[in-house]
Design a protein around this ligand. Structure first.
Ligand SMILES: Cc1cc2nc3c(=O)[nH]c(=O)nc-3n(C[C@H](O)[C@H](O)[C@H](O)COP(=O)(O)OP(=O)(O)OC[C@H]3O[C@@H](n4cnc5c(N)ncnc54)[C@H](O)[C@@H]3O)c2cc1C
Length: 366
């Protein structure tokens, strides 16, 4: 059986790897001309870790990730508001929360599937079910036929557009942008085994160790449109390491990402022999840092439903049944925002334990 995957992000590659390990013939199509080697840091949670272990990538994952043993939240004066020990999460949840460098994660996934198996410069224009096959058409005029097609083409998915039309995005009301970069871990006075966040009304800033002597920082400020606005907001936070970090951040190393709220996830993911995964299926605001974690779970479930499928349509329906309701809940949970935001939610580590982990148990029961 042959399966086509549109998009070579973490979701497309993890799904390809799972299907290849079952012996399927898999073709991966990517719009870009080459592998993306830029990017900042990433935070992945135990639910992602368990899926990655299940997919058979545990050793590679452990090599590139830094286990987070603590979550610490402080205020703008550097006074501790909250801290929790997460060092027992591998025993409790089967995998740790980790920080990692995004290009290392991309490289890990490409090494797993083989660079030669990715067809770059293939921009998906449309997809269709045709008899016993699914067909993908590219903007270069070429077409491709397979037994199933999986749309892993990210937040502005063309495959999703074909299946269910558009998804309504609106700029996030509180924080329009997330600013992010990488700094030397030695240059910042934070716990090297913790995610350390500084919060106040109107803005926040967080550090995560990501290995190779680096730390990832990321934050948002209400009303900040430019990096200068962002820097200005933190100028008075002198008892925190933030002003110095921002001084050391070179503008060319800065990543500025718009934050968009989504008005409900697509009402269905699967049509015949075509389905969607990852951000194509469940775009979400990154406040719970769950987008990629959920995407790895999608990949694992796709692998599971294709282990001994009755037929392709049935396998894809089973995948959607196992994942859509859970992912929809995670999208809603993510929309409640962050600690000290307007919804008075708990710190993220507590929310992971209380709100995200129970969904895993729910999914297993179904
Ligand atoms: C600011 C920010 C911070 C985040 N932090 C975290 C975090 O810490 N932890 C976490 O778990 N998640 C985080 N996320 C979410 C995470 O980045 C996504 O959920 C994850 O990348 C989704 O993976 P994906 O494979 O579905 O999509 P993507 O990674 O976007 O990959 C999609 C791929 O498809 C390709 N493509 C697009 N269109 C086409 C086309 N027409 N034809 C062919 N190829 C196409 C793209 O080039 C790309 O390679 C964050 C997101 C943002 C915006």
């Amino acid at each position: 059986m042959r399966i086509g995957i549109c998009g070579a992000g973490v979701g497309g590659l993890a799904t390809a790897y799972g299907l290849m390990s079952l012996g399927y013939e898999v073709d991966i199509f990517e719009r870009a001309s080459e592998l993306r080697t830029t990017g900042a840091g990433f935070n992945l949670w135990p639910n992602a870790g368990r899926a990655i272990h299940e997919l058979g990538l545990r050793d590679q994952y452990e090599r590139i990730s830094v286990k987070l043993d603590r979550y610490i939240e402080l205020d703008s004066e550097g006074k501790e508001l909250f801290s929790t020990d997460t060092s027992n999460w591998p025993q409790k949840y089967g995998a740790p929360a980790v920080g990692l460098y995004r290009p290392e994660l991309a490289k890990m996934m490409v090494d797993a599937v083989g660079l030669e198996n990715i067809k770059f410069d293939h921009d998906v224009a449309s997809v269709e079910n045709k008899g016993e096959k699914a067909v993908c058409h590219f903007t270069n005029g070429q077409s491709y036929e397979a037994d199933a097609i999986i749309g892993a083409d990210g937040i502005n998915s063309k495959v999703r557009e074909q299946l269910v039309g558009g998804v309504n995005f609106q700029p996030n009301e509180l924080y329009a942008y997330r600013f992010r970069s990488i700094i030397k871990l030695d240059d910042v006075d934070v716990d090297p085994a913790a995610q350390t966040g500084f919060y106040d009304r109107g803005g926040w800033f967080s550090y995560i160790p990501i290995g190779m002597g680096k730390a990832y920082w990321f934050g948002s400020v209400s009303g900040a449109e430019t990096f200068d606005d962002f820097v200005e907001f933190f100028r008075g936070w002198e008892r925190t390491p933030i002003p110095e970090t921002l001084d050391k951040t070179k503008p060319e190393a800065l990543v500025k990402s718009p934050l968009q709220d989504v008005n409900g996830i697509p009402y269905k993911w699967t049509h015949g022999r075509i389905t969607i995964i990852g951000d194509a299926a469940h775009p979400m605001i990154p406040d719970m840092a769950q987008g990629a974690s959920q995407t790895f779970v999608d990949a694992q479930v796709i692998r599971d439903v294709f282990t001994s499928p009755k037929n392709v349509e049935d396998a894809l329906k089973k995948y959607e049944k196992a994942r859509r309701e859970v992912a929809s809940s995670v999208v809603k949970i993510s929309q409640k925002g962050l600690f000290l935001g307007p919804y008075n939610v708990d710190p993220i580590a507590i929310r992971y334990e209380n709100e995200i982990e129970p969904l895993t148990k729910f999914a297993q029961k179904n």
